[in-house]
Design a protein around this ligand. Structure first.
Ligand code: TYM
Length: 330
């Protein structure tokens, strides 16, 4: 067990696809086996885009159930809902006062909105609410509240973690050493899981394989992976194949070596390769899907885990917040 404190958050905006699962969730669950980990559902961060309480609530349960079903080790990992810890909003209010406005102007997500508005000839801030604009301050509060050392995220969140580090530095400079400086940890696999068309799997390309769909739907999706028109007896390059790349994430080293060799040699057609891929993916996901469905039918079990997580997280959050309050207000 490492001494490092790991923390990460996931917004409740929908059920992740296989790319998110393999690229982000599985490595996080693995990391949580060996580190004290805070993992929370960032429902406050979902508010700048979703203005429907029922939807946020449903997605919160889905993410919690998925993490539990996928084997999150609840001995080491504290799983909680961001909004259950009131100190996070209080700390964000405090941190606003040491955060330069210019830093927020440079945030990628805000800049992307400004660029889109400018290109469309609209007011630069059209459709931008303060939740979006101050998003990085709330995220800094998330990270700093729990004495975090490492923040595993996808590349898209790297800047936010760097901002949290900057904000901690500004605070420490004025009020003395209060916060640890967190580091982002970007998974190597992150963002390169291919989708049905061979491009990065992403909802925006409509090329995803859903994580928890029924078996027949999973099979249909996998059979739709785009290939060239090589016949079964023609040699194929395993390194250029989406089928092989996906297989690699669900097989052990021996199985992969065997699959690659048979794929490259004459005899294995794409249909057969896809069927073998389906069997592997389905075998890995079936127990997760079953446990997920069981949990979703028993929300009280999820509530109990989230309540215990909140209690644990709150005890740590209170201490940090009280230190900050004392430093800033005496
Ligand atoms: P969110 O909910 O958008 O994404 C959750 C995690 O998944 C990563 N991710 C991806 N990684 C690789 N490829 C993709 N296509 C992909 N899409 C998403 C994200 O980088 C993230 O690690 N702001 C955060 C939530 C958050 C948070 C925090 C994270 C709130 N507070 C404090 C860490 C620490 C977000 O919107 O993630």
């Amino acid at each position: 067990m490492s001494e490092k404190i790991v923390l990460t958050g996931i917004k409740p905006t929908g059920i992740p696809h296989i790319g998110n699962y393999v690229g982000a969730l599985k490595p996080l669950i693995e990391m949580a086996r060996h580190n004290k980990t805070y993992m929370f559902i960032a429902d406050l961060h979902a508010l700048n885009t979703i203005h429907d309480a029922a939807q946020i609530r449903r997605h919160t349960y889905e993410i919690a159930a998925l993490l539990m079903a996928a084997g999150l080790d609840l001995e080491n990992a504290v799983l909680f809902r961001q909004s259950d810890i009131v100190q996070v909003s209080q700390l964000a209010t405090m941190l606003m006062n040491v955060t330069p406005k210019g830093l927020m102007n440079r945030a990628h997500s805000y800049k992307a909105s400004v660029d889109k508005n400018t290109a469309a000839g609209l007011d630069t801030d059209a459709g931008v609410n303060m939740g979006l604009y101050t998003y990085p301050v709330l995220m800094a509060a998330d990270i700093l509240l729990y004495g975090t050392d490492i923040v595993p995220v996808g590349a898209d969140q790297k800047q936010h973690v760097e901002f949290a580090r900057d904000i901690a530095g500004y605070f420490n400079k004025i009020y003395g050493e209060t916060f640890k400086l967190p580091e982002p940890a970007i998974g190597q696999d992150t963002g390169i899981i291919p989708g049905l068309d061979g491009r990065k799997m992403s909802k925006s390309y409509d090329n995803t394989i859903p994580l928890l769909c029924p078996e027949n739907e999973l099979k249909k999706k996998i059979m739709r992976i785009i290939t060239d028109s090589k016949m079964p007896d023609e040699p194929k390059d395993p390194d250029a194949s989406t089928i092989v790349q996906l297989y690699a994430h669900f097989a052990n080293a021996d199985e992969l070596a065997d699959f690659r060799a048979r794929f490259a040699a004459p005899g294995m057609g794409y249909g057969m390769a896809k069927t073998e891929l389906f069997d592997k993916v389905n075998a890995a996901l079936t127990p997760v899907r079953m446990e997920y469905e069981r949990l979703m039918a028993n929300p009280a079990e999820i509530d109990a885990v989230l309540a215990a997580g909140a209690e644990h997280a709150r005890a740590v959050a209170e201490q940090t917040y009280n230190r900050v309050k004392h430093a800033m207000l005496g």
